[in-house]
Write a protein that binds this ligand. Structure first.
Ligand code: GDP
Length: 150
């Protein structure tokens, strides 16, 4: 069996569920009080190339109850496309995750996300709930399949 280590980024606005996602994927747990990221509603900030260096793929996450967090995904994707390249110069594959789909206060429709995902060059999009453990390992598997197909 061959093992390989991949660097996968997780980006998105503050409070969309990134830390919870990583914690769920790694430890299999969701703790609603678990708070790694500093509070506040941080929006898009351009990252330095050093952060992106050597990455093979990216999860771009937003919160389905916060339409602004989807708008920011366009900026995150542009930043990635211009700075996070594979050795052959192509942009790294990115999957768009619509998190918190367990909440009824949803403001972003599936149709809207689908259109956004296509227009912005995401490899795919999936609805996730870190809380209900929906599509967490599946989304990473989808991204890794894409990475390994290059
Ligand atoms: P980050 O700032 O993007 O890292 O977001 P956090 O992981 O800190 O999560 C922000 C808040 O959203 C926390 O209170 C989490 O418990 C909550 N949260 C994360 N994922 C979900 C989810 O799928 N459903 C619900 N209902 N809440 C979630």
């Amino acid at each position: 069996m061959t093992e390989c280590l991949l660097k996968v980024l997780v980006v998105g606005d503050g409070n969309v569920g990134k830390s919870s996602f990583v914690h769920r994927y790694v430890h299999g747990q969701f703790n609603k009080d678990y708070k790694m990221t500093m509070g506040g509603q941080e929006r898009f900030i351009s990252m330095t190339r050093i952060y992106y260096k050597g990455s093979s793929g990216c999860v771009v996450m937003f919160d389905v109850t916060n339409a602004d967090s989807l708008v920011s995904c366009r900026l995150w994707k542009r930043d990635l496309d211009s700075k996070a390249m594979l050795p052959d110069g192509k942009p790294i594959p990115c999957i768009l995750l619509a998190n918190k789909c367990d909440l009824s206060a949803r403001t972003v429709s599936a149709e809207c996300i689908s259109k956004f995902s296509e227009e912005n060059g995401f490899l795919a999009w999936m609805e996730t709930s870190v809380k209900d453990n929906k599509n967490i390992s599946e989304s990473i598997r989808r991204l890794v399949e894409e990475i390994l197909s290059f």
